[in-house]
Design a protein around this ligand. Structure first.
Ligand SMILES: [Zn+2]
Length: 422
């Protein structure tokens, strides 16, 4: 059934214009919205949501997430305290992802989808790793996200770090999922991918009109490895194999780049996903957009599912390093929609909306929207969320799933996972 958001103030996410309107929201993938003068819409056969005093705008998207890290929150410290980025991967993340099974992946996806939905995020680009539960992992995440009502662009994080058998499983899982779904070819990072695997991944991406989703130059180790093994830097390597020519490709982090690499990316079709809080947490350096062009979007790298928080932390971090204006920050926050539209990706259409209950101490309008975006709007203001025209969050609660059941299940699976780590 279509929705009618009555007495709303609609904020156009591109022009930032404010319009008093009743908004008819069509249900279904890529459904449309239509604005009516208040009281003029046909109210038969629609579900009415009263939005008096509320602001309605386009829902949010996450350009780089990790469902697999959900059950790490509060987990016991590893046997060896990591001293650098590579040890963090070895002793924390690779230890954790090796222990995941399908049941735990499902619990991780449910919690992540719930958190995304409640924070107004209706479209998620995820990068998944579970080396000993590869088969069916993508379908498990997809079905779980859809139960909550969150749209997705998934991939399996292929890597040579666990041997040929696991690499092959990752390629097969992606290939089988790609045949019937939109998804990307996931690669962990240049330093865990040999040339043969990289070529196989790009060949598959090209064959299925997909792109490569890969961590790039997050830490200096990525560049050091590429120079030592192949004689050139990471971006040159990815360009040589055609990764940067694919408009769906997402290069995550891109911190340690030289001028030549920046120039390649500036002229490339591919996109960059920035994950500020993760970079701060891992102490790997800070992203700079200098000489990189405009194909830049934001993600959370599995740290959390709150894109308004990610935008603020990116902005404050940018003040010193990147000198990005608030307008540019907002453009990056919204760039995921340009990525999905330009690439014909489903699930991020007009009929994905958030209803914000935002009691502001000052005037709020088109002229000062950006100031409120940086200093005022938070996820606590997200009242209702509409995904593909369906109300998936009403009054801050999921409509399609029981939140307590999700939490109980995820705690049970968290204990199971931590038990396997001991
Ligand atoms: Zn990541």
């Amino acid at each position: 059934m279509n929705l009618l958001l009555k007495n709303a103030t609609y904020i156009d996410w591109k022009t930032l214009s404010f319009t008093e309107a009743d908004i008819l929201v069509q249900e279904g993938n890529n459904g449309k919205i239509k604005l009516y003068y208040p009281g003029e819409a046909d109210e038969s056969n629609v579900e009415i949501v009263d939005c008096y005093g509320k602001y309605v705008t386009k829902a949010f998207g996450n350009g780089h997430h990790h469902v697999y890290s959900t059950l790490s929150r509060g987990m016991p410290a590893p046997p060896h305290i990591p001293q650098n980025f590579h040890e963090k991967l070895q002793y924390v993340w690779w230890r954790l992802d090796k222990a995941l099974d399908l049941e735990m992946i499902k619990a991780s996806a449910l919690f992540t989808a719930m958190e995304c939905a409640k924070n107004g995020v209706t479209f998620v680009i995820d990068h998944h790793a579970s080396p000993f539960a590869v088969e069916d992992s993508l379908e498990t995440i997809a079905q779980t996200f859809e139960k909550v009502g969150v749209s997705h662009l998934l991939c399996y994080e292929i890597s040579d770090r666990d041997g040929e058998k696991v690499t092959k499983a990752g390629l097969e899982e992606t290939h089988s999922y790609l045949k019937n779904h939109q998804c990307l070819m996931g690669l962990h990072a240049s330093f865990t991918i040999n040339d043969k695997t990289l070529k196989s991944a790009v060949d598959l991406a090209e064959k299925h009109n997909s792109g490569i989703h890969i961590h790039v130059a997050e830490d200096r180790i990525d560049q050091k490895d590429s120079i030592e093994k192949y004689g050139y830097r990471v971006i040159n390597r990815l360009k040589k194999f055609g990764v940067t020519d694919l408009p769906k490709s997402i290069l995550v982090h891109c911190i340690h780049l030289n001028d030549e690499e920046r120039n390649i990316l500036k002229n490339a079709e591919s996109w960059i996903a920035v994950n500020t809080e993760s970079n701060l947490n891992n102490n790997v350096g800070q992203f700079s957009s200098a000489r990189l062009g405009d194909n830049i979007m934001l993600g959370t790298d599995g740290m959390h599912s709150d894109m308004l928080r990610a935008a603020k932390s990116t902005y404050f971090n940018c003040l010193r390093i990147d000198k990005t204006s608030p307008d540019k920050l907002y453009a990056r926050f919204r760039n995921i929609h340009n990525y999905t539209y330009q690439n014909g990706i489903n699930g991020d259409g007009e009929n994905n909306l958030v209803v914000l209950d935002y009691p502001t101490p000052t005037n709020f309008n088109a002229d000062n929207f950006i100031g409120h975006f940086v200093y005022g709007l938070e996820s606590k203001h997200v009242q209702h969320v509409i995904s593909n025209g369906v109300l998936i969050v009403r009054e801050k609660k999921l409509t399609k799933m029981d939140e307590n059941e999700i939490l109980e299940n995820s705690r049970e699976m968290g204990n199971k996972l931590w038990g396997k780590l001991d």
